[in-house]
Design a protein around this ligand. Structure first.
Ligand SMILES: [Fe+2]
Length: 277
């Protein structure tokens, strides 16, 4: 189903502070993921940065503010700009989250969970159908972390994610750190969860480490990747035909060598599971 997509290998979520290190270690990074919003309405300098990155690396656009779960529909102005960026980059796929970030015209400022209801599935599918009128590049959807669960659920989170990607015919960007974080905070069995996912739709993974605060695991993208996440990655890569794995470090950036070490470890997992050479 997604088997025709190219294998990209291991990549980094691009962050400006490590730009020069990135070019000094070019051969250790197979591709980059960029936050799409950093390049919408961007000054010339950012546009040039993107051109430079794109001339050296395959680029996957990762959008965070399309708000696919908004019941009032999508912001067309925003969608037009996003579509034009994706067209410019011509990537093999692009990604967004299963969440909402805007409600009633107000920007919430973070990725908020949806209720696991049939109605929310309908809203997502309707919005994704609208997106497809603008963008014909395959879309993969990411699972988020959450600090609240909404009442009125008609299905489990895993069933909800599955229903959405199957109904909308999207791929899955499985963030194994998000999965681990939610499993810790809500004490559910990660293997039960994985069991319910449509494995054949998993195209890409995200990973990083978070930190503990008052007994809650915070999705801060600020630490090295913990053992449990490496184990999860190995399990998923062993079973799903993963095309790319991206390290998403945002905060508390370590020396670049620590990032490339983690990439090397992910590369080895993909290699040992026969996903790439
Ligand atoms: Fe992620």
């Amino acid at each position: 189903m997604f088997s025709h997509l190219p294998t990209l290998g291991v990549g980094l979520g691009f962050r400006e502070p490590f730009k020069s290190d990135l070019f000094l270690n070019r051969q250790q990074v197979d591709f980059l993921e960029i936050v799409a919003e950093h390049y919408l309405d961007a000054p010339v300098q950012k546009q040039q940065e993107l051109e430079l990155l794109a001339s050296h690396f395959p680029i996957i656009p990762h959008a965070i503010n399309l708000s696919l779960g908004s019941a009032e529909g999508l912001d067309t102005d925003y969608l037009r700009k996003l579509a034009s960026l994706i067209k410019q980059l011509n990537p093999p796929w692009w990604s967004e989250h299963i969440c909402f970030t805007k409600a009633g015209g107000v920007d919430i400022g973070h990725l908020s969970p949806l209720p696991y209801t049939k109605e929310a599935v309908e809203v997502l599918c309707r919005n994704i159908a609208e997106v497809r009128r603008w963008v014909d590049v395959p879309l993969i959807l990411e699972n988020i972390t959450y600090m609240v669960t909404l009442p009125g659920a008609q299905m489990t989170e895993a069933q909800f994610l599955t229903e959405v990607v199957e109904r909308s015919d999207c791929g899955l960007l499985l963030d194994v750190t998000n999965l681990h974080t939610n499993a810790m905070n809500y004490a559910y069995d990660v293997h039960d969860f994985l069991q319910q996912l449509p494995w054949e739709r998993i195209v890409q993974l995200h990973f990083v480490g978070g930190h503990w605060h008052d007994g809650i695991l915070i999705d801060s993208h600020s630490q090295s990747t913990p053992l449990e996440v490496w184990q999860l990655m190995d399990e998923v890569v062993g079973r799903a035909s993963v095309k790319g794995i991206v390290l998403e470090r945002d905060e508390n950036l370590p020396p670049f060598a620590e990032l490339t070490e983690e990439l090397e470890k992910a590369r080895e997992i993909g290699r040992s599971r026969g996903r790439w050479g």
